[in-house]
Design a protein around this ligand. Structure first.
Ligand code: NDP
Length: 287
């Protein structure tokens, strides 16, 4: 396959995430005489991609000078035992952020576990209190992937004010919060989902397009408005390796900016998690 000519339009998420992580490291050093931010991850079961994500979160924490605690439980763990584990982490003074790796194995209730987190330690921004704060537009931890999406849009100098933003996907983890963050920044937001009648037409309206549907290459370049900014959240494992939800090759000639997969949104998620954990550690000092 010929090399894709994407210089000038490709958003380098790896490089931007690296800069965010350097700022985190500097903040950790600056507050080290008062608090050492601590993140606990909870991994239940033996899903290989989840284990890889958790491992990279630990490495990133350590590089930033933060405390990193990994709790690994077998897939046979009962709901009660998992909740007891969350209670224990909620009570630990050296832990400021707790991340439960989702999805949990069958038989465990994701919602009940997330609701058990102390909202002050919800660095993933998924607790109903955090989601409510997002909806109300008041400060609080923003979900990491959506926060990373906004950071990428800011980095390329695109102001969402007055622009048409189309978000494909309406999950609690990605689509819904991304749309709310764009709305907060004064974009005119359209949500698309599996029942949307004419996805191509909706996509064609977008000045800013965020794709988070989890379908490899589902969004065709020909659908995209010329000059749009495209953020591809999708991570799909295919025979050709990891690919996004946007057909990158056909999109590149039309867009002003586009994130590649891998190397776009993915690295931002961990960077924003670290940043949220430092915020939580600082907030704990005044709690
Ligand atoms: P979900 O499966 O929870 O949600 C997918 C959404 O896409 C749903 O709202 C669904 O609609 C919609 N959808 C599905 N098919 C279509 C279609 N053909 N046309 C229009 N809309 C459709 O996925 P997530 O939100 O958790 O994740 C989305 C993608 O982002 C995945 O590829 C995931 O791997 C990736 N991801 C990447 C992260 C990163 O760090 N880069 C972090 C988290 C996720 P409906 O609601 O009607 O079912």
């Amino acid at each position: 396959m010929a090399a894709i000519q994407d210089a000038g339009v490709r958003i380098d998420g790896k490089e931007i995430a690296q800069r965010v992580r350097e700022v985190v490291r500097a903040r950790v050093a600056e507050i080290s005489d008062r608090v050492r931010p601590g993140l606990a991850t909870v991994l239940v079961g033996d899903d290989a991609p989840s284990a890889i994500y958790v491992r990279s979160k630990h490495k990133a924490c350590e590089k930033a000078g933060m405390l990193s605690v990994g709790v690994e439980l077998p897939a046979s763990t009962s709901q009660a035992a998992l909740l007891a584990q969350i209670d224990e982490l909620n009570a630990r003074e050296d832990i400021h952020g707790i991340l439960v790796q989702l999805p949990l194995p069958d038989g465990l209730d994701d919602n009940e576990v997330i609701e058990r987190l102390s909202p002050a330690k919800d660095v993933d921004g998924l607790h109903p209190v955090s989601q409510g704060r997002l909806l109300a537009g008041v400060p609080g931890p923003r979900p990491c992937t959506p926060a990373g999406v906004m950071r990428l849009i800011d980095e390329v100098g695109v102001d969402p004010t007055g622009k048409r933003a189309v978000v494909v996907g309406r999950s609690l983890l990605v689509g819904k919060p991304v749309g709310l963050l764009l709305l907060e920044r004064h974009a005119t937001v359209t949500y698309c989902h599996s029942r949307t009648k004419d996805l191509a037409r909706e996509v064609g309206e977008a000045d800013i397009l965020v794709a988070a549907l989890g379908k490899p290459g589902a969004i065709r370049g020909e659908w995209i408005k010329r000059g749009a900014t495209v953020i591809d959240v999708g991570i799909n494992r295919t025979e050709d390796g990891l690919v996004g939800d946007v057909d990158y090759e056909s999109a590149v000639p039309r867009v002003a900016h586009i994130t590649p997969v891998p190397g776009g949104v993915g690295p931002m998620t961990i960077a924003m998690l670290l940043s949220n954990t430092v915020d939580a550690a600082l907030a704990s000092l005044s709690a």
